[in-house]
Design a protein around this ligand. Structure first.
Ligand SMILES: Nc1ncnc2c1ncn2[C@@H]1O[C@H](COP(=O)(O)OP(=O)(O)OP(=O)(O)O)[C@@H](O)[C@H]1O
Length: 585
């Protein structure tokens, strides 16, 4: 496409290095007539970007500047394809554009080298040797070689910024969009970061666009083009050198020794009058006739570069690796299961075969359910927000599909949860002297494992729909029906039908508890040992009758708990699919 022949945009950014047809074809980003409408909390429509046009040439560093709330991040998100503009389009379509958000989130226990190696495996459909070369190249070009062996959680602010750029550079996207790359950095680190961006744009003819809140005079010298925004309208676009002459032509002269960027921001804030802001904005607005406006909304880029299987296996390896590296959390989880099992074992020692302790033994099985519920639910609610933040960054930049992430996450956490449930239940089972029959033991363990997996899945659902604080509250609430309706406190056969329906539809512990009680006290178990003069529940069948449980439907109970597991995971996957649809490209 020849930009010079493109009539509707006479005021394209002038460039220090002229943009050739060839380079525009390769990279460069152009947008026409971009408007963005949002609805506020009251449902009122508000235009936050208004009829914006521009072009950021390749091989140059461009900055979007403007006062807080002027629409810089929103424009960047539109350019990245994460927000669909209400009007207008971004060209060329289907182009790989990567957005680096302000916040740098990584799996904290991975080293910079490991994070890059995993990124390379996910993003490059290439042999291992080539991927290693790519990793070394970005480590060198972003000056990260010294800290390659440092865990992400221990990197400095500047190193984290550079790592987040390196992670996106590994598959060499032609356009890199950065939201406030200097925020949180000291003056020198901020300068280094912008100089690095300038180098990257120069050496590999890449289009680099960043938002910068308040560039210092020295940072401004490193920038080629400025796009000045005020309340969603463009006041100036062009080379940095053209900024002051442009403002001067409107009678606005920058005081001597004043940073031009600060002066431009003063103007954009309306410090020199709102009329001049309107005049500047009107001059930038180009009214396009429909015939001049043939482009469709930006098409999605091609999606992840690697196959589903590669994405799944790399993500699985990464999750398992993170789990192994995060020894404190993993070992603590295992130890907590063992310690609590021993405490329960000591407290309910030998109750399993004692006819006088049948009620207490029933309560033990409730404790078992509730412990497995919360030991799986709460850690997931606490740890999932970081996983979610990493997922959002990587998913929005087309590293992998939601399906690959979801499946890998589920499979990765399966062994630890299963192991913990088995070890916990086995200790309790043995110490409390439950029947030594293979099928009773096997069914109790299976129910326990399924309860744990259901709780963990519920934790992801809660973590997906809400924040950490609300999630903890919601997770505790979600535990209430599991506790109340587990079948020990209320005999459901004698309750109102509505309660019955609610209990059966919400409580997987009801089925898990049923399966455990039925297998422990059913199957024609002989009379229990009784030390007292009289034990009402000497015959185990009596206890089952009392609870309204039969020992015939154990298989159905297990199948229903499994059904719950599928349903919760399907619901979580659907919520994620809907919630993150706008991030998918
Ligand atoms: N979903 C939304 N609903 C309502 N208003 C919104 C929504 N998203 C953004 N806005 C508003 O749009 C304006 C532009 O927001 P944006 O985050 O793009 O500004 P910004 O220039 O990046 O600000 P800052 O420099 O402070 O980060 C702000 O006034 C913001 O409140």
């Amino acid at each position: 496409m020849d930009e010079n022949q493109d009539g509707p945009l006479p005021d394209l950014l002038s460039s220090k290095q002229p943009t050739t047809d060839q380079s525009w074809g390769k990279v460069g980003i152009k947008f026409e007539g971009i408007s963005l409408l949002v609805r506020n909390a009251k449902g009122e429509r508000k235009e936050i970007l208004s009829n914006l046009h521009g072009l950021f040439p390749c091989g140059q560093l461009s900055a979007i500047i403007g006062p807080s709330g002027s629409g810089k991040s929103s424009l960047l998100e539109v350019l990245a394809g994460l927000q669909k503009p209400s009007k207008g389009c971004v060209l060329p379509q289907g182009q790989k554009r990567r957005l680096i958000a302000q916040e740098c989130v990584f799996p904290e226990v991975l080293t910079a080298y490991e994070a890059l190696t995993m990124a390379a495996a996910l993003k490059l459909d290439a042999p291992v040797a080539d991927r290693r070369v790519a990793v070394r190249r970005v480590l060198r070009s972003l000056n990260l070689t010294q800290c390659a062996a440092t865990q992400c959680g221990s990197l400095s602010g500047g190193q984290r910024k550079r790592l987040s750029i390196a992670l996106e550079l590994i598959d060499e996207p032609p356009v890199l969009l950065l939201d406030e790359p200097t925020t949180g950095l000291d003056y020198v680190s901020g300068m280094r970061c912008v100089r690095l961006l300038q180098d990257l744009s120069r050496t590999e003819s890449r289009t680099i666009v960043c938002t910068i809140h308040q560039p210092s005079a020295l940072i401004l010298e490193l920038i080629d083009n400025i796009y000045l925004l005020a309340s969603g309208r463009c006041l100036h676009k062009g080379s940095v050198d053209s900024l002051l002459p442009k403002l001067g032509s409107f009678g606005l002269s920058c005081p001597k020794y004043h940073n031009p960027a600060d002066f431009a921001l003063d103007v954009a804030c309306g410090e020199h009058g709102s009329e001049v802001v309107d005049l500047l904005a009107q001059q930038q607005e180009i009214v396009l006739a429909p015939a001049d406006f043939p482009c469709e909304l930006d098409k999605k880029d091609k999606g992840p570069a690697t196959s589903f299987f590669t994405q799944f296996s790399v993500l699985l390896r990464r999750s398992l690796f993170v789990m192994v590296q995060d020894r404190v959390l993993t070992v603590t989880k295992i130890l907590v299961h063992i310690v609590i099992a021993i405490v329960l074992g000591v407290t309910f020692y030998n109750f399993g075969h004692d006819a006088a302790r049948v009620f207490n033994n029933g309560a033990l099985l409730v404790c078992l359910q509730i412990f497995l519920l919360f030991s799986n639910l709460i850690p997931t609610v606490l740890t999932f927000p970081l996983e979610k933040a990493v997922f959002k960054r990587e998913f929005s930049n087309c590293w992998y599909s939601l399906e690959a992430f979801y499946l890998a996450r589920f499979v990765a956490y399966l062994p630890l949860s299963t192991f913990n449930s088995i070890i916990f239940t086995s200790i309790v089972y043995w110490m409390t002297n439950q029947p030594l029959q293979v099928d009773a033991f096997f069914i109790t363990i299976t129910s326990a494992v399924l309860t744990g997996l259901n709780a963990q899945s519920m934790g992801i659902l809660v973590g997906t729909v809400t924040s950490l604080v609300n999630g903890l509250f919601l997770a505790s609430l979600s535990g209430i029906p599991q506790f109340v309706f587990c079948g020990y406190f209320i005999t459901l056969s004698t309750t109102h039908n509505v309660i019955k329906v609610i209990a059966h539809c919400t409580s997987y512990t009801l089925y898990s508890y049923h399966a455990m009680v039925a297998t422990i006290y059913g199957q024609d178990r002989p009379k229990l040992h009784c030390d007292d003069f009289y034990c009402y529940f000497r015959s185990p069948k009596k206890f089952l009758d009392f609870l309204g449980v039969t020992d015939e439907g154990v298989g159905v109970d297990l199948a229903i708990i499994f059904g719950f597991l599928l349903a919760i995971n399907l619901a979580t996957y659907s919520v994620m699919k809907y919630k993150y649809a706008h991030l998918q490209r």
